[in-house]
Design a protein around this ligand. Structure first.
Ligand code: 0WD
Length: 272
């Protein structure tokens, strides 16, 4: 029997097959989870819905709905549908972030007020909004788990991560407050702080290839993570295997964030 047999959940943030949320979804599906999915609303051409359906229809998506997390009515509609379809849910995966390139690529002191607010709304506030809407509809089961995705640039300075680092700091703090507020209902809230992975969102972050090279050379494992690594950790945090863990930011980064100085072989390679 799968780890998630009989468990139901919502997945927010699959853009395509390279999305982190898809890697986690595949693991959840292997373990028997039943899931529903949201995508960014489409304009005239249904490309987001189409890309998502191509992935999730074959694994038995219970429903697929548009949801712009900037719109409370969209979030509410998803929760209403989830209640109709599932009654209660056992997990929510929030794998969403956005900052406009104009505001992301410059120094943080040059970010526009509007860009800052938009990035914060989509990348940090949305977790509170989604968790709040689920609580209001009373759809979280007594042993539920909410998981979001963050990055080390929210804890320490990562040149190029800029405004998104500020958003991730807020998101991680939100994880802790939500954990304390939803804990009495039996709901756990955690984040995975993932090492760099080539996805659509990652393309907006400066010097991405250099970052991959740095992780490969400097991390304790001298390696980068892959989708399998993040998928398995997502499964762990959304399942009962992590029943004692809440309010945590779990680093899935081959240990990069634990290094206080470069290892000797890295320094040696700099000489050559
Ligand atoms: O290296 C990486 N890729 C890392 C990503 C390292 C560490 C953390 N992360 C985080 C990201 O910051 C994000 O929070 O993981 C999360 C997922 O990122 P991803 O899988 O790298 O990115 P992607 O496949 O682009 O999915 C993010 C999605 C959006 O995709 P697009 O490409 O269409 O922007 O977030 C969704 C959208 O599907 N999204 C929204 N969903 C609802 N409402 C909104 C919105 N307003 N804006 C973006």
């Amino acid at each position: 029997m799968g780890l998630l047999e009989g468990k139901k959940g919502l997945i927010l943030g699959i853009a395509n097959q390279f999305s982190i949320a898809w890697a986690i979804t595949e693991k959840l599906h292997e373990q028997g989870a039943e899931m529903a999915f949201t995508h960014l609303p489409d304009g005239d051409r249904p490309k987001n819905e189409k890309k998502l359906r191509k992935l999730v229809d074959p694994i038995g998506a219970r429903f697929v709905m548009p949801c712009d997390v900037c719109d409370d009515a969209h979030i509410e509609a998803v929760m209403v549908k989830a209640k109709e379809e599932f009654g209660q849910i056992d997990f929510i995966l929030h794998s969403i972030a956005f900052a406009s390139p104009d505001d992301l690529t410059g120094p943080t002191y040059a970010a526009s007020r509007k860009g800052y607010l938009q990035a914060m709304e989509i990348s940090a506030y949305s977790l509170l909004a989604v968790a709040g809407a689920a609580k209001k509809k009373d759809i979280l089961s007594k042993h539920s788990s909410i998981l979001t995705l963050t990055y080390f640039g929210g804890e320490e300075i990562i040149p190029g991560y800029n405004l998104m680092g500020i958003c991730k700091a807020a998101l991680e703090c939100g994880v802790r407050y939500l954990a304390s507020e939803l804990g009495p209902d039996g709901c756990r809230v955690n984040a995975i702080s993932a090492g760099p992975l080539k996805t659509v969102s990652a393309q907006g972050v400066g010097d991405f290839d250099q970052m991959l090279a740095l992780y490969g050379a400097m991390s304790p494992m001298r390696d980068n993570i892959d989708m399998e690594d993040v998928g398995k950790s997502g499964l762990f945090l959304l399942s009962d295997l992590s029943s004692g863990i809440t309010g945590e930011v779990v680093h899935v980064d081959k240990g990069f964030s634990k290094m206080g100085a470069p290892p000797a072989d890295f320094l040696e390679s700099m000489k050559g």
